[in-house]
Design a protein around this ligand. Structure first.
Ligand SMILES: [Zn+2]
Length: 91
């Protein structure tokens, strides 16, 4: 007898966890400038803060980091599994 296994492709989807929010942080890339934006979920306010910095200094480039909590779900749910697991606490 030969051992056999059945491997079945399962489709998944990934997106931002519905109980999470996208945050952005930024720092100015002009040499010698230490301007940074602390992480915020207010993306519009973050854009305005960077533009205000440019207006005051003329510094036009920023490194931005967007972060969220991603949730991967099977397109076919496992029986008995909660549809959306709770949002884990940050480390
Ligand atoms: Zn700057």
């Amino acid at each position: 007898m030969t051992p056999r296994s059945v491997i079945r492709a399962v489709k998944h989807t990934i997106g931002t966890h519905p109980q999470s929010e996208i945050t952005v942080s930024a720092c100015c890339l002009t040499g010698g400038c230490s301007w940074t934006l602390t992480p915020t979920a207010d993306l519009r306010a973050a854009d305005l803060a960077a533009m205000a910095h440019t207006g005051r200094t003329g510094h036009p480039t920023f490194a931005r980091t967007f972060q969220d909590v991603a949730l991967v779900r099977r397109l076919e749910l496992n029986e008995g599994q909660a549809e959306i697991p709770p949002l884990p606490a940050p480390h």
